[in-house]
Design a protein. Structure first.
Length: 282
């Protein structure tokens, strides 16, 4: 009964969840070639996804809201989250295609910077809690994380200030290089013999992997198909090779905390992003 009563008490949140679910389902069906028939020059599935995204955008700026919006507190946070959800739905409905606002995506990439820096700092301190046999191998596998993260964050800020094709190309190259470092370190951590040390090592790297994957999907969303194909070719260690080592609920919780959204919604985003990137050849 609580679930049903919450629907009536929080109608905008309930409708938002429903619309994101429709947009996500439409994206997955489209990728599988399921159209459910034609609608004009497009498909019914495509139309449903587009309508869901458009309605979510309207919810993000409710015309019935008063002109003077609160600058702090629950009302302000709710408006911010609605805007973020609209962007997420747009990215879900059209992953790895052009048309998303470069400025919005650039800001989202920069917004991930603190999480990336925090995750890398955790990796730096993890070697100290591992057993003596595992610590040197872990340190060697993750040695380049600080430099890679700093360069990626610097390029993201540069792209936000000047969203040019040249800076985007640098971002595409750097995020793939970093993702490959992370994948290699996951495989190295999986070879740690001590169970407790292996668990600590994987948990630390998984947090970095979640953020890098999120940033890579954002970069891919504003890249041309040719550029995404080039990025995929550069990815020698595929996601399928490290999929058993990637975080499950942990990734959803990190994304949920970042966007201040329900875990179930974050889980949809994580699963869809992983699926879309694998389909693109990563």
């Amino acid at each position: 009964m609580n679930a049903f009563s919450n629907i009536w008490r929080h109608p905008r949140t309930s409708i938002t969840g429903l619309l994101i679910s429709v947009a996500t389902a439409a994206a997955v069906l489209s990728q599988q070639g399921i159209t459910l028939g034609n609608a004009g020059t497009g498909t019914i599935v495509g139309l449903a996804g587009a309508l869901a995204t458009a309605l979510l955008g309207l919810l993000a700026k409710d015309p019935s809201a008063p002109a003077a919006q609160p600058t702090s507190g629950t009302g302000a946070n709710s408006s911010v989250r609605m805007g973020v959800w609209a962007l997420i739905a747009l990215l879900l409905s059209a992953p790895f295609t052009t048309g998303c606002s470069a400025a919005k995506v650039a800001q989202e990439i920069v917004n991930w910077a603190p999480s990336l820096e925090s995750a890398v700092a955790t990796v730096d301190s993890t070697a100290a809690v591992l057993d003596p046999a595992a610590a040197p191998a872990f340190a060697a596998a993750t040695a380049g994380f600080d430099a890679a993260a700093n360069l990626l964050v610097s390029q993201a800020k540069a792209y936000l200030a000047n969203p040019s094709a040249g800076v985007l190309a640098q971002l595409q190259t750097q995020v793939v290089n970093f993702e490959q470092q992370v994948n290699a370190s996951l495989l190295a951590a999986a070879r740690i013999v001590n169970p407790a040390s292996q668990k600590h090592a994987l948990a630390a790297i998984q947090a970095v992997a979640t953020v890098v994957l999120a940033i890579m999907s954002l970069i891919a969303s504003i890249s041309s198909k040719a550029a995404v194909q080039s990025m995929a070719i550069q990815s020698q260690i595929k996601l399928s090779a490290v999929e058993p080592l990637l975080p499950g609920s942990g990734a959803a919780q990190l994304v949920a905390a970042h966007y201040e959204e329900p875990v179930w919604m974050a889980r949809l985003q994580v699963e869809h992003t992983g699926y879309a990137m694998a389909q693109a050849g990563f």
